[in-house]
Structures are given as C-alpha cells and as structure tokens.
Design a protein around this ligand. Structure first.
Ligand SMILES: [Zn+2]
Length: 328
C-alpha cells in the first residue's frame, strides 16, 4: 500500500476551521441535565465539601438556580431531595407536601422553559439510608416498588415532566408506568437508571444527598462492576417494562457499557457522570495538576462519543459557558 504521500490525514487538521468542520462528536447544551440537591430552610446555599461548586439549596434558592440554568440554555434539571425528617419507611418520599413535591410546584410556577426531572428512590428519605423498606437487613423488593410508584405519582401530580427511578428494584418501571397510566399521566416519560453499578465513585454524592447507608452497602440491588451481559439484561427488562430513556451510571469508567447498550437497543440513552468523576477532575484542577476545563470537555465528549445522547453532569453550567465561548 503506497498511500503516502497521496493520503495525508493531517490535511484535515490543518487549522481550526477545518477541524471544526470534520469533528464527528459535537457537544450540545441540549444534552445536559443538571443535578440539584434540595434541602429544607430558607436562603440556604451550602457547598458540598467533596464537590466544589455544587450546593445544597433550599427551595427559594433552587428556584433562582433554575432560572440561571435555563438562561444558560440548559434544558433540564434533575432534583434530589433531602427531607426534614427521615423515618424507617421514608414517608416524606411520597408525601404530597414533601420537600421535592413543594420544590417542583414552585419551580414549575416560576420558571418556564425548563424540564423538571425527579430522581425517584427511598435512600434520601429513610432513617437507615437504604433504597427501600427493610425486613431485618434485607431490602424488600415488591413492597418497595409500591412506594416508589406512589412517590413517582406525587412528583408528576406536583408538575414533574419526567421521573427517573434510581433504586434498581426489579419491576419498578412497570409499577410506575401502570400508576401513571391509571391516573391520567400517560404522556409522562420514564428515564430509568437501568444499568447502575455498585460504584465507589458515588462517595461525594452521599455527602450531598446525606444518604449513606447506616449499615451494609447497596450490592444486593446495584450491579457488580465486572458485569456487561447483566447490564444488557437490566436494560432490556426496563425497556420491556416501558422505560423511554435508559441510563448507564457511572459514565466515564463505563463507556464500554454505554456503547454496548446503544448498539444493541438503539434507545435514547443517558449517562450519569457521577460525583466521584466530577470530584476527581475538580480536585486535580484545583491543584493545578490538570487543565480542568480541557479535561471537563474531554470527559463529556468521551461519554457522547461512546453513544450517550444526553448526560447528567455537575459540569453542565461550566460546559454550557464553555460552549458559548468556544463554539459557533
Ligand atoms: Zn437509593
């Protein structure tokens, strides 16, 4: 093969206009979903210590934050709630007057043109920090999905545009789809955390959501980090149960899973760039060990290149500003 010198791939890297023209993967603000942590109180804006630039906010502050997010051109937020009171059964999770339900109503009233997605799980609301009802130390599956369905219904009744169950109980997508359809919410989509791994990268999130389990871990419902085929079965099950968007979590260390899921199912696919991924880039950036902005964009581009159509990322605002500055 005597391609060279006829074939010179560097010709298409000659200047930035040409590089922009042939770029295969383009980030867009349309892909971004920004996670927010809602806490009780007034005028609260408390930085999460392991996540610089990420805050726990009271409802009034979250509303202002949502306006800023919308004005930056980011289409969606996902809400996590930290309740006033936690109990064994996580009652505030499905209380129509709970923290998230009140936050949704306020945001929908005051901020237009913004999708409000809600995380659906029990672990922020239970006194033991587990994702469902317990019997001894076992998390009960079927009893828990009833509560998750109830929780989801209160979210959409408050005005949520989409729900995202993150618990990894079996059958929860079906239970949520049924309760929505029975109550006139046929049009509300479900984004399921379909392949959620039992990952060490969630550490900083538990500071933010105050959801560290009091004992044990989440290995009886989240996936073993070593498994791929099981992820495909999880995703397939959620699609059959009625999921509209499927998610892989975490994102960066699981790019192979994103690609396999996208290739096999061709579904709208989201990925969660989780707290630990964010914290590592932030910390190294703050120390001057890496160029934070550059690595941020590289990490997000990698997730999109792997096949994700959208991502949940704590960098959403920074990345939106970067796009404003750097892309036509
Ligand atoms: Zn949970």
């Amino acid at each position: 093969m005597a391609d060279y010198p006829v074939k010179r791939l560097r010709r298409l890297r000659y200047n930035s206009l040409i590089r922009d023209m042939v770029r295969e993967t383009e980030l867009s603000k349309n892909d971004f979903i920004y996670p927010l942590f809602v806490v009780p109180g007034n005028k609260v804006k408390k930085e999460v210590k392991s996540m610089p630039g990420v805050y726990q906010m009271s409802i009034d502050t979250v509303v202002e934050e949502c306006k800023e997010v919308r004005d930056l051109g980011i289409p969606a937020v996902i809400l996590f709630g930290i309740p006033e009171h936690k109990d064994e059964k996580g009652s505030e999770a499905y209380d129509p007057q709970g923290i998230i339900q009140r936050a949704i109503r306020k945001i929908k009233k005051e901020v237009d043109n913004l999708l409000v997605i809600t995380d659906v799980c029990m672990c922020e609301y239970t006194s033991h920090g587990h994702c469902g009802l317990l019997k001894g130390e076992e998390i009960l599956n079927d009893e828990t999905i009833e509560l998750l369905a109830k929780e989801s219904l209160t979210h959409v009744q408050a005005g949520a545009d989409m729900v995202a169950p993150s618990d990894m109980m079996d059958g929860r997508v079906k239970a949520i789809r049924e309760i929505f359809d029975d109550n006139g919410f046929q049009k509300i989509p479900i984004m399921s955390y379909a392949a959620k791994y039992s990952s060490g990268y969630y550490g900083p999130f538990r500071d933010a959501a105050e959801s560290t389990p009091a004992f044990g871990d989440r290995r009886s419902h989240q996936m073993d980090i070593a498994n791929v085929l099981e992820a495909l079965r999880e995703v397939e099950t959620d699609i059959e149960e009625g999921a509209d968007i499927i998610m892989v979590k975490p994102a960066g260390p699981y790019l192979d899973i994103i690609r396999r899921v996208k290739d096999k199912f061709g579904m709208p696919t989201s990925a969660y760039q989780v707290s630990g991924e964010y914290a590592m880039i932030k910390a190294a950036g703050l120390n001057g060990w890496i160029d934070e902005e550059r690595v941020m964009i590289e990490s997000l581009t990698s997730i999109k290149r792997a096949g994700a159509d959208m991502f949940l990322t704590y960098f959403a605002k920074d990345a939106a500003r970067w796009l404003d500055k750097n892309r036509r």
